[in-house]
Design a protein around this ligand. Structure first.
Ligand SMILES: NC(=O)c1ccc[n+]([C@@H]2O[C@H](COP(=O)([O-])OP(=O)(O)OC[C@H]3O[C@@H](n4cnc5c(N)ncnc54)[C@H](OP(=O)(O)O)[C@@H]3O)[C@@H](O)[C@H]2O)c1
Length: 337
């Protein structure tokens, strides 16, 4: 049986991805087949299309793209114990396999969690990648504790909307940057201090923070070192990978670590100048962490901000919108109305 899917055919611009009819996959041992109701878009999807991640992941092309989805389990392979047919689920799919932009997707059981019961499929599809990234960066890398002052750059985007709320949930005082377009929203999500990055230099108004999460990279990352105390840590998800990214996040050997060491030299040099630790994090798919997010959502402690939705047939328009870089929260495509 065939299904509709958005396929990466080669590395390149927007026309390198196209809607195609492809065979429906079937689940192997430890996997479930999910009828996909909605899928979230993320900058990684177009970075991958452009070939920016080729050093890390080389995909056999063509490949069905897409990193996160919500839907219903329709069948399971042998050995699956935590999920049953009919379960409403969401997942950040396997990075090596992708496949969320399709009517059906096969995902390993341990990457899948039951969806929060208080939200619909479209809303749930916006959670996995950005929500897990924010959780893992704040909880595991920055180890945020209550009463700390944490700076988050780029609070109005997909990851930022989760990071602000999770930072508050961990008990921290949160400062963030947003333009006038996003200010009201980030305040509503709990940001205590908002610096309009288009009007003010955040590094001139914020001082002595206990840690920073950089969601922008480039100059914003370099300036973040001046915002935190000596001995503090700056975690970036948008800067340049460093040696630990290779060993800890990618389980890669010394060759990639050396490459990242060279690529991140300028950033690490700047961090050293300020006496600050630098870490570039690649998020990790995890059903367990997703269940934690589902609980927070059902407890009304975590709100999901969906900026725009598009029908699956118009996924190219959804990409064009996301690639403008001004999304306020998440962009989601709907496979089932
Ligand atoms: N390493 C990882 O595992 C990982 C995981 C997830 C995401 N990422 C990366 O993290 C970055 C953020 O992802 P995302 O999903 O949050 O992106 P996004 O949703 O596309 O972010 C868009 C938002 O960024 C804001 N923005 C743009 N430039 C800014 C600046 N200089 N200062 C403050 N805000 C700015 C925009 O606000 P205005 O329109 O108001 O300017 C917009 O609201 C991307 O580069 C993504 O690839 C990495």
């Amino acid at each position: 049986m065939n299904m509709r899917a958005f396929v990466l055919t080669r590395y390149g611009g927007p026309d390198a991805m196209e809607l195609r009819d492809v065979p429906r996959p079937s689940p192997g041992p430890g996997e479930v087949l999910i009828h996909v109701y909605a899928a979230g878009l993320n900058p990684v999807d177009f970075k991958m299309r452009e070939g920016m991640l080729r050093v890390i992941s080389r995909y056999p092309l063509p490949i069905i793209a897409g990193s996160e989805l919500s839907g219903v389990v329709v069948s399971k392979g042998s050995g699956v114990t935590s999920l049953a047919e009919g379960d409403r689920v969401f997942t950040r799919v396997d990075k090596k396999r992708l496949g969320a932009f399709a009517e059906f997707a096969v995902v390993r059981e341990e990457l899948v969690a039951k969806m929060p019961s208080s939200v619909d499929f479209t809303t749930a599809a916006g959670v996995p990648l950005a929500g897990l990234t924010a959780l893992q960066a704040l909880r595991d890398e920055l180890r945020v504790t209550s009463d700390q002052n944490i700076f988050i750059s780029g609070g109005a985007g997909g990851v930022g909307t989760f990071a602000i709320q999770l930072g508050k949930w961990l008990g921290a005082h949160i400062a963030t940057t947003a333009s006038a377009r996003g200010e009201e929203m980030v305040r509503k999500l709990g940001a205590d201090v908002v610096v309009d990055y288009a009007r003010e230099h955040f590094d001139q108004v914020l001082r002595d923070y206990d840690g920073a999460l950089d969601l922008i990279g480039g100059d914003t990352l370099l300036k973040s070192f001046g915002v935190v105390k000596r001995g503090a840590k700056v975690v970036s998800i948008a800067g340049v990978p460093e040696p630990q990214t290779a060993s800890k996040d990618l389980q890669a050997g010394p060759t990639l670590a050396t490459l990242f060491w060279a690529a991140s030299w300028r950033i690490r040099h700047q961090a050293r100048k300020y006496g600050v630790a630098y870490r570039y994090l690649f998020m990790r798919p995890s059903g367990t962490d997703l269940s934690e997010l589902a609980t927070l959502i059902d407890q009304q402690k975590l709100e999901i901000v969906i900026d725009r939705t598009f029908p699956f047939a118009h996924i190219a328009d959804a990409f064009a919108y996301l690639e403008q870089g001004h999304a306020k929260g998440k962009v989601v495509v709907q496979m089932v109305e």
